[in-house]
Write a protein that binds this ligand. Structure first.
Ligand SMILES: [Zn+2]
Length: 135
């Protein structure tokens, strides 16, 4: 079993990490869930390059953003001029999820150390040789 002092400093470290993660969260730019992929298509119109018998050249690539939201699977095409922006948004969403996972891990770690008595300890370190203050 770890001592109360050790416990208090561990809690302080956890709180520091939690604060850092919250700051990262605040600094996060626009985000969007999902993943991007390229897609080619064949229109099939007579005489089109996409169905050329010798050298078929499909249309595209088109960038597709696919994601699941509230139990629905959604697919959207992304304009060529927006691909860079949407790529950054998808990356931001991954970072967002990573931060949330870290915060949940830290919340569990912190709770295991006994958050209620430690909140009191952090405010007022216990003096040596005395019983902890009564409620
Ligand atoms: Zn075509």
């Amino acid at each position: 079993m770890i001592s109360d002092m050790k416990k208090a400093s561990t809690i302080q470290q956890i709180d520091k990490k939690i604060l850092q993660l919250k700051r990262q969260l605040m600094a996060l730019g626009p985000m969007h869930p999902g993943s991007l992929s390229k897609q080619y298509s064949v229109c099939g119109r007579a005489g089109c390059k996409c169905i050329d018998p010798k050298h078929p050249q499909p249309h595209g690539p088109y960038t597709k953003l696919t994601f699941a939201h509230r139990g629905r699977f959604i697919c959207r095409f992304v304009r060529a001029e927006s691909v860079e922006e949407v790529t950054a948004m998808v990356q931001n969403y991954k970072t967002f999820r990573w931060i949330i996972d870290q915060l949940v891990d830290l919340a569990i770690q912190r709770a295991q150390l006994g958050p209620l008595c430690l909140a009191r300890m952090a405010a007022k370190p216990p003096s040596k040789g005395q019983e902890p203050p009564q409620k």
